[in-house]
Design a binder for this molecule. Structure first.
Ligand code: NDP
Length: 435
């Protein structure tokens, strides 16, 4: 395996954008051609836009930042993050740095097993229909695989047929729902289109075998056969900050974790923090982030009660964080080979397989969560957040160029990060510089 450059880039945040580009090129993170792609990301050709969606009229650009310091299973990764919210990139980089000094993240991910669903109605006896279908398991799998022979040649394909009979939502008078699951190994693809083709393809045989009528045929975004997990283990001393001892910070994090376990109102916000990181890297690598979001929140509710995707405990003098969530990602398919930014994002990440990609995503989610609960359980998030938000406030108030940083700094110093205050500061700066 070739040597991977470190994800530690001290002082990177202080460079201007031209200097950051030069640094990435010097380190070999991007080739000269990729540097050209990076510079042109905000203006892809109309041809590409038209290939991606209908009625394209322009580009809605988001800033692309790099999360630094991440190490997962001993390998370093620069994390491309497309996100409009200030502090997300800084938080991930900070958390990854703390965890890096404690040995980095440990992660693993399941094979790319996805679920296609076929809804059958008018089947008569559910037990008999189930028996008939399962008796023809091989025929169903062979038919499903016939729609994607290349997937089988790559080592993937349809693997299992399952039947789920669910109570009718309208009560005992309704027909129980008869749902056929097709489990498919999609290899390096997210697999939505692959699965949908298979689900539609096997539907006529399911009707023929049962005498029923098929309606809905589509993948499930609750990809709970395709989980990724990450963990980290941080010595308490390494947590000391804000003039607080590590024990105190750890206690705040443990309390935040308990809060999220006990209260869905808190768990939703806890998980939003996790997804801040995961969505940003998903967008930057061309993933279907709506699918990831849907899967994550459905998984968070798997016990019948919405809960946190990550948890924090104290183990032998260490703060231990663990996260587990479904991650249906792709290294191929969808827009990944079409959008030059997605290709570049994957290149920057330096992952070679979709499972490795999922491990990095899970680690990013845990890093983001660590940064949030660390601040929440101690000094609060507004201190760091408002400092970064101040730049947006300054721009909203009309500041441009060098004035943006100046106004933002004064907003923070005054402890009033408000547009009105920014206007006052701007007006007084302009009055001073007026001839
Ligand atoms: P594609 O339809 O692009 O399929 C992936 C293709 O990649 C395969 O058919 C295969 O084609 C090719 N391929 C090349 N190498 C590999 C490999 N090593 N492993 C697997 N496939 C390989 O994408 P997906 O099926 O992944 O679908 C993802 C898209 O579907 C996303 O854009 C998503 O937004 C969208 N979608 C999502 C839905 C949802 O989540 N509910 C619903 C509908 C669509 P070949 O064998 O011909 O080379």
């Amino acid at each position: 395996m070739p040597d991977i450059p470190s994800s530690r880039l001290p002082g990177f945040h202080r460079l201007d954008v031209e200097a950051r580009w030069r640094e990435l090129a010097r380190r070999g993170d991007v080739s000269p051609e990729e540097l050209h792609v990076l510079r042109a990301l905000g203006s892809p050709s109309f041809e590409i836009l038209n290939q991606m969606i209908e009625n394209a009229v322009g580009v809605f650009a988001l800033p692309l930042g790099l999360g630094l310091n991440l190490t997962v299973n001993g390998r370093d990764h620069l994390v491309p993050m497309a996100v409009e919210e200030p502090s997300v990139v800084a938080a991930v980089s900070y958390a990854a740095k703390v965890v890096r000094h404690a040995g980095g993240f440990t992660a693993d991910a399941d094979a790319s097993m996805m679920i296609a669903q076929v809804q059958l109605t008018g089947y008569g006896s559910p037990e008999l229909a189930r028996e008939r279908l399962l008796a023809h398991r091989e025929q169903l799998l062979a038919l499903a695989n016939s729609f994607h022979p290349a997937l089988q040649r790559r080592g993937g394909g349809a693997r299992e047929v399952q039947v789920r009979i669910l109570p009718a939502p309208e009560g005992p008078q309704g027909e129980p729902l008869f749902i056929v699951h097709l489990l498919v190994d999609t290899q390096e693809a997210m697999g939505a289109n692959l699965l949908n083709t298979m689900a539609e393809g096997v539907a006529p045989l399911i009707e023929q075998l049962t005498g029923g009528r098929v309606y809905v045929r589509i993948l499930s975004n609750l990809a709970d056969q395709r989980l990724a997990r990450a963990s980290c283990r941080i010595p308490l001393a390494a947590l000391a900050d804000f003039d607080l001892p590590g024990e105190d910070i750890a206690e705040g994090i443990l309390q935040a974790s308990r809060f999220a376990e006990a209260d869905p109102y808190r768990a939703a916000t806890h998980n939003k923090g996790v997804m801040n990181g995961i969505d940003a890297v998903a967008i930057a690598t061309g993933q279907d982030w709506r699918a990831i979001e849907a899967g994550a929140h459905a998984y968070a509710c798997r016990t019948g009660r919405y809960g946190p995707l990550s948890r924090w405990t104290l183990e032998q003098g260490h703060l231990v964080g663990r996260i587990e969530l479904p991650l249906a990602l792709g290294m191929v398919g969808g827009p990944i080979k079409v959008h030059p930014g997605a290709q570049l994002g994957l290149k920057l990440l330096r992952v070679t397989t979709v499972r490795e990609l999922a491990m990095v995503f899970a680690s990013v989610g845990l890093a983001q969560n660590f940064a949030a609960v660390r601040a929440l359980g101690s000094v609060g998030i507004q201190k760091g957040h408002m400092a970064l938000h101040a730049r947006c406030v300054a721009v909203t108030a009309g500041a441009r160029g060098l004035d943006v940083e100046k106004v933002a700094r004064l907003l923070v110093e005054r402890g009033s990060v408000k547009v009105e205050t920014a206007r006052e500061i701007l007006a007084s700066c302009q009055a001073v510089t007026a001839p």
